[in-house]
Design a protein around this ligand. Sequence first.
Ligand code: UN1
Length: 486
Amino acid sequence: MPQHPFTPADTLVCRSAIDGSIITTVAAGDMSAAITAASRAFNSWRLVPAPIRGALVHRIGELMREKKDELATAIMRDIGKTRSEALGEVQECIDMADFAVGLSRQLHGLTIASERPGHRLIETWHPLGLVGVITAFNFPLAVWAWNALLALVCGNPVVWKPSEKALPSALALHAVAHQAIKELGHDHALLSVVCGTAEAGAALAADPRVALVSATGSTRMGRQVATAVAARLGRSLLELGGNNAAIVTPSADLDLALRAITFAAVGTAGQRCTTLRRLLVHTSIYAQVVPRLTSIFAAVRVGDPRESGVLIGPLIDHVAVSAMQSALSDACAQGGRVHGGEPLTCCGEGAYVRPALVEIAANAAVVQEEVFAPILYVSAYEDLATAIAANNAVSHGLSSAILTNDLREAEYFLAPNGSDCGIANVNVGTSGAEIGGAFGGDKASGGGREAGSDSWKAYMRRVTSTINGSGALPLAQGVVFDLTAG
Ligand code: UN1
C-alpha cells in the first residue's frame, strides 16, 4: 500500500484502511485561490447578524442528521472505525452544530466598571477573519465541525485542509455543508476544502491572509505550523498528541475501571489523541488488575469493522504497524514484558494488530513517547504523589484520569499540584469527551482549546471601548494634563 499516494499529476489516490482497496482519486486543490475567495466572502459574512449565521449552521446540522448513516459509512470505509464509533463521530458533528446555533444568540461581551464618572467600559467580540483548519485522519469530520461550525457563527469563512488519508469522508461532509449554503443562498466561498499533501497545509499556515490556523495532528506537525504562523504574527490553535495516563487506586470499582481502561486504550485501535497509553496501578491491586486486563486484550475482537461484534478495526496503514512493532521491541529491550501486540492477517492489505499490554517501569524511555497504536504500558505505584508525578513526567499534557472511590484522592488529582493535563477525569477514561467542555491540552499537546465552553473566543477578536457620556474629560489613573495651567 503506497504511503504517499500523491502523484505528479496532482491526483490523490484514496484507499480504504479496511483492505487497502482504492476508493477513488481526487484532484489536488489550489490553496491560494481558496484563500482569495474566502477572504472576499469574509467582507460580507462578518456583517451578517450572528443569529442569521446560526441559521446556516442549523441547516448544516439538520442535513448531517439526515445523512448520518451515509457519513458514518464514509468514515468507516476511509479509516476503518467501527460503525458505532463512526456514528458517534457524526453525532459529535451534530452536537457541535446544536451548540454553535445556541451560541449564535450569545457571543456576549462584558461591561466593566469604569473608574471615571459618566464613563463606561465595554468589551465587544468581532469576527476574526479567515480560519484555516488542518485535520488528522483519526477524526476526519468531528474536528472540522469543532472548528468550522464555531468559526461560521463567529462570522468567519473556513478553508479546510483535511488529512490526505481520509478525503472521501471529508468531501462527503463538505457536500452536505454546501447543500445548506446553496439552499440558504449564501456565498459558497464561506466553506472550502483543499485536498493536498502536507505542502498544502504548509501553504495555509504561511499565508498572512489566514487569521487563525487551527491544526490537529502530531506534535512535529504542530511545531512547524506554530513556527510558520508565529513568524507572521498570526494566531494558531493547536490540538496535538497526547501520552495520556490513568491511575487506578486501591478503592477503585475494578469492573468499572477495567471497562473504562479498555475502551480508552484500544477503542479506535488506539488512534485517538486521547487514547490511554499509560496505566499506573497501585501495588496492592496490581496482581488483580493486570491478568484481567491481559485476558480482555487477548479476547477483544479485532477485524473487519463492518462485522458486528468487532471492536477494533485496522490501523491507518502499515507504517503505523511498523511503528508499533518497533516500540514493542524497544520496550522488551528496556525490560518490558509484552502481552499481545502481534500483527494479524485480515481483509486484503488492511493493517490489523492485536492490542498490546506491556508491563514496564513508568520511567522507561519508550513509555515517554506517543505511538499512534494500541499499546498500553502498565506500571505499579506505591503512593499517589508518585503516580501523579509520573502522570505529569511526559512532554504531553492532553488527557488523564483517576479511577477511585476515595474523594480525597480524586480531589488531589484535580488540584493545582495534581494532573497537569487539559483534561482530568474521575472514574471516566481519558477518551470520549463530550463537546460541551473545552477540549485540548497543554505542554507538547499544543495549548489550544476547541469545541465547547468559551472556545469560541479563539475565533473572534476582542475590542475594548471606553465610552464617555459625561461632559468632562477626566483622565485615568488621576493624571492631570491641564492645557490652561502654566
Ligand atoms: C482526537 O483524537 O483528535 O475525546 C479527538 C475524544 C473525542 C475526540 C478525539 N471526542 O476522544
